[in-house]
Design a binder for this molecule. Structure first.
Ligand SMILES: C[S@@+](CC[C@H](N)C(=O)[O-])C[C@H]1O[C@@H](n2cnc3c(N)ncnc32)[C@H](O)[C@@H]1O
Length: 261
């Protein structure tokens, strides 16, 4: 725990720039005017029951940790080790400060999701919340998480747009069958060429069917759907041989296979 006074915390919070996570730091709120209200606490309250209450003996990887809200909650549930990554310096600095003030021991790395293989280990619980739609290559990220860092549970969240329906999908269709593509419950990933919500980093918005299909396709079986945008998944074998083509394996492995000089 910190020895900083409320005034000192308030001053540091302001110095660290605009916060996306509204975290209670000894009574000082980091983003009291958030456009989604008390975010992400309001969302967490809707799905926390689906996350194991006791994480003793388990390791957690929080991908796109932002201000550290979920990493701190995982430590509060007793996780042995929480590793938190984000590639944004401002958010990492905020998360480090939030961890310090709340007295939670979290390991931070500046790292992109595309480089998770560099961590060189897998984790019992992976949080992949609110990141997928910010990526230009979302399925690649899921494939890399599956192949390199997910051991068992993954808690996933994505912004969704379009229909919440999930239509049954056959394993194949004749070339001349096309109507199913216009079914609102068919998987659709909407491409955002320009800004959305004044944010140029929003690239994709899946509908519900697409979020679920992408998870399955990357080798994540959905075990619970506790909140509209949140899925609890278990890592399973990928249904097809298709997977990541991005050369993100640790260099030692690549050298062993003779693919790197
Ligand atoms: C909408 S915020 C979600 C934060 C938090 N996970 C949550 O659910 O509240 C998206 C976060 O993902 C991070 N991010 C975006 N692209 C990333 C990438 N390629 N690798 C790692 N983090 C990324 C951003 O910096 C930001 O902190």
């Amino acid at each position: 725990m910190t020895s900083l006074t409320a005034d000192q915390i308030r001053e540091r919070v302001a110095e660290l720039g605009d916060w996306f996570h509204n975290i209670d730091l000894n009574g000082v709120r980091t983003a009291p005017d958030h456009f989604l209200n008390d975010y992400p606490n309001v969302k967490w309250k809707r799905f926390e029951h689906a996350v194991p209450k006791d994480l003793t003996g388990r390791t957690v990887l929080d991908i796109g940790c932002n201000g550290g809200f979920y990493s701190i909650e995982m430590k509060r549930r007793g996780a042995d080790r929480v590793v938190a990554i984000d590639f944004d310096d401002r958010y990492l600095a905020q998360a480090k400060f939030a961890a310090e003030v709340t007295g939670q021991d979290i390991e931070f790395h500046k790292m992109s999701v595309y480089d998770v293989a560099k961590l060189g280990e897998s984790f019992d619980v992976v949080l992949f919340m609110g990141v997928l739609y910010h990526l230009r290559h979302p399925l690649l990220a899921l494939d890399l998480i599956h192949d390199h860092v997910a051991r068992d549970l993954m808690i996933f969240q994505s912004m969704q747009r379009g229909s919440a329906e999930v239509a049954p999908v056959r394993t194949d269709y004749d070339f001349f069958e096309q109507d199913h593509f216009d079914d609102p419950g068919y998987p659709k990933l909407h491409f955002i060429e320009h800004d959305y919500a004044r944010d140029w980093t929003n690239w994709w918005a899946p509908n519900a069917a697409c979020a679920e299909a992408m998870l399955r396709s990357a080798g994540f079986a959905i075990t619970e759907h506790p909140e509209r945008e949140v899925y609890v998944c278990r890592r399973v074998d990928r249904p097809t041989e298709a997977g990541a083509v991005y050369p993100a394996q640790p260099k030692e492995d690549a050298v062993k296979k003779g693919t790197v000089g």
